[in-house]
Ligand binder design. Sequence first.
Ligand SMILES: [Fe+2]
Ligand SMILES: [Fe+2]
Length: 483
Amino acid sequence: MPDGMSVNYDGLIPNNVGLNEDARVRKALETWHPGYIDWWKDMGPVGFQESLVYLRTAIGVDPKGWAKFDYVRMPEYKWGVLLAPAVEGRIIGFGAHKGEPAWQEVPGEYRAMLRRLLVIQGDTEPASVEQQRHLGATAPSLYDMRNLFQVNVEEGRHLWAMVYLLQKYFGAQGREEADDLLRRRSGHEDTPRMLGAFNEATPDWLSFFMFTFFTDRDGKMQLEALAQSGFDPLSRTARFMLTEEAHHMFVGETGVSRVVERTVAAMKEAGIADPYDVVAVRALGVIDLPTIQRKMNLHFSLTLDLFGNEISTNAANAFNSGLKGRYREDKLADDHRLLDATYPVLRCIDGALVEEPVPALSALNMRLRDDYVADCQGGVGRWNKVIEKAGIAFHLKLPHVAYYRHIGEFARIHADTDGRVLSEVEWEMVRAATLPGEDDRAFIESLMKPVNATGAYTGWIAPPRVSIDNKPGDFEYVKLWEA
Ligand SMILES: [Fe+2]
Ligand SMILES: [Fe+2]
């Protein structure tokens, strides 16, 4: 096997980074490990810690066969440190150092910036596990429960990935940051997670599917940008994380799609053509399409805030220094320095939305957000196909980027889902009509009854089209009570 392809499972921490020969880092990680397990037991999935879950574990980093499936108790999951194989002779692809050999050590002048990037990325990983910890109790099926736990253990592994880099390359400071990553808590009053969307509740399964579709996809975009990094260990780390992230995207997209599919099927069976006849649709025990739209509005706009200010010197510095590239930087055909280029940014000027050319270096957050929106659009289009096929006149639509924003250009104004700027009074009405309300919450909560029989699904979601690991439809994805 080429260098870095096989994973060493001998020690406490499976890895392909030669931990056995790196006593200092191994000791730091082994010291951190008990705190991690305590965190997992305290803040990870509530209940089910003794259940046997049919999980994939990474056993290599070869894209063709990197995972193996087996029953595992979650606290015994093999969380490891895995980097994608090194690319020989890799060079920095953008910024002021374009063309220089990729760094194997942290350049001194960029230490603080890089540490900050790692901590922010790292903080999101345990946050989402905390946000989703109560969902096992209301799983719509064992298949879905398994997928939830798979996402959870992999977010745990992503935390390991960032903690490894912090401990390996940042000494005592890195160890402190690693400890703090276990100390913050999603939604906590005094010690919250660092980013807004990661302090929101994920109270029900529709929220979970929306979260994995929209918010995990922000993670994907950030990892894509970090995969371009001139700091090679970060690039390799991010590249392997992306292979896991693909499953999270799958869970989100197919989750929402199955909800939509069940809703339109139930409407057809009952002869209901009007998607806005919410009382009739809800009486069927399925989630009406307008409610799905409102959930989308919320999760999309909260996630857009994660991209930060449209115009940002931090983003320019991270690019210029070669630490964080653009989405698929290596596929873009320009000078990769962007010193003279501009990029169109939708701005809010005197209360009106105006597109303005801005120096491209300053507009990198905006650009990544645009790439993100395009990526979301694909999934939404596929959901609409399901509605269309059922012959129901309803179209799910991403709200305008100015809608319900708390960070950046549009934080100071109110806009509707089409981007029309609104007065305070108008907004209150639009808000009530376009964001999930108490009535939606209560209805969705009333549907959240667990279904734990093998091969069975609750009434508001269609069974999946494809199984996990080619298992038959009645496969027991979670053995709940096994001693
Ligand atoms: Fe992640
Ligand atoms: Fe994820």
